[in-house]
Design a binder for this molecule. Structure first.
Ligand code: FEO
Length: 402
């Protein structure tokens, strides 16, 4: 347990989960995570901002005791997902006089998920404020980062934005405040990819909404805080933009080596044309790494053999997740081999129906890749290069060897 002071009478009272390795029974957490909760004391009233995962409830209570918190007037719940709200039932019993401050939708969720009495809730709307005396909390509705009820809380006088999951990262670290965003580039990007990327259009709107706020510190609900905030805001502006890189991501599986041979040949042909490649063998891949690679790649090539009548299940899973997280790739295609038939290409294309990517003609062959297949793959590499050139991602003079 630990309490960290962010400023006069502003404290981090969350929990670091060093050993958690899976979130939502889906997202790998190779570096653990943290559940950030905060306590703010004003001259007249005090507020808790979020709670922690129920597995860390004991640490949370210890932090409150360590800090000597005897009275809480408001419990702000920016997000109803249980890793932040799961200790709310305990906190609401511990501080029975506290009003639970929520968005309208969040009220519905804390009542249904956590059995919070509706009369305890104080519903706030966009730009509503609560005075703590010499401090003011202002609320910004920010639905779909990444649930429909999410909101941001701005501590006006101290210029701190408590951003809920937005701008977070899954990492267990003793670093509370990051001053050099480069340290957090990869964890922050991976987290964005896994959780925020499907909602990049909504995040654009939210970032416009907070653009005029004077923010000195961003305090998300996972991972370190950012001071100054501009570098993480700049990264997000890039990730949510329509800009893509001259890069091809190739998630694939291969049963007897044919599809892998095709993937490696295509990868070499793309490199020859000046295009960066990121192949991912799905029998070995951490899906979070694949998600991070998908954030800004221009093209996705799915490599799969036909297993009985359709794609390999590892590929189907990766395609399903890709479709869920909706990368901004401009082009996609399929390569692989089959033994006796099936509808693999059509099945994979159908699994990518949420992407706005243009589908480039696939290369799907019977049996082991022969020299004709390898030439087809080189032609595919050329088609991809032409698309990248058209999109201004690749120079007109590719560095092809004679
Ligand atoms: Fe970190 Fe959506 O909860």
């Amino acid at each position: 347990m630990t309490v960290r002071e962010l400023g006069h009478d502003i404290y981090w009272i969350g929990a670091i989960d060093w050993n958690r390795r899976l979130f939502d029974s889906l997202i790998p957490l190779p570096e653990g995570t943290s559940y950030n909760a905060y306590f703010v004391k004003g001259s007249e009233k005090s507020a808790l901002i979020d709670t922690v995962d129920p597995s860390k409830e004991f640490e949370f209570v210890c932090n409150l005791i360590k800090l000597g918190v005897e009275k809480v007037d408001y419990i702000i719940i920016n997000h109803a997902e249980q890793d932040h709200s799961g200790s709310l039932p305990m906190a609401s019993e511990l501080f029975p006089e506290a009003r639970i401050v929520v968005s309208e939708k969040c009220k519905d969720l804390v009542v249904s998920l956590l059995e919070i009495a509706p009369e305890r809730c104080l519903v706030v709307k966009d730009h509503d404020t609560i005075s703590l005396g010499d401090r003011t909390l202002e609320f910004f509705m920010a639905p779909w980062v990444h649930w429909p009820e999410t909101m941001l809380t701005y501590l006006r006088e101290d210029k701190i934005l408590f951003s809920c999951d937005l701008f977070g990262s899954h990492i267990a670290t003793s670093t509370l405040v990051v001053h050099d965003v480069a340290e957090m580039y990869h964890p922050a990007k991976r987290y964005y990819a896994e959780i925020m990327m499907p909602f990049r259009m909504q995040i654009r709107d939210h970032m416009k909404k907070i653009a005029d706020l004077k923010i000195e510190m961003i305090a998300p609900s996972h991972g370190p805080l950012y001071q100054p905030p501009d570098p993480i805001l700049a990264l997000y502006r890039d990730w949510i933009s329509d800009t893509v890189k001259n890069e091809v991501v190739i998630p694939y599986a291969s049963m007897h080596g044919s599809t892998e041979k095709m993937v490696l040949h295509l990868a070499g042909a793309l490199i020859d044309r000046g295009i960066a490649v990121k192949p991912f063998d799905l029998t070995k891949t951490d899906l979070g790494e694949l998600a991070a690679a998908l954030v800004d790649s221009a093209t996705i090539v799915i490599g799969t053999p036909t297993l009985l009548f359709g794609p390999h299940p590892l590929v189907a899973n990766a395609a399903f997740i890709t479709n869920l997280i909706r990368p901004k790739a401009k082009y996609a295609t399929v390569i692989g081999s089959y033994g006796w038939g099936g509808k693999t290409v059509e099945a994979v294309k159908g699994m990518l129906n949420h992407l706005s990517a243009e589908i480039i003609d696939p290369v799907y062959v019977k049996g082991a890749p022969d020299s004709a297949c390898l030439r087809e793959l080189e032609a595919l590499a050329e088609r991809i290069a032409a698309k990248h050139r058209e999109a201004g991602l690749l120079n007109d003079s590719p560095p092809l060897l004679p």
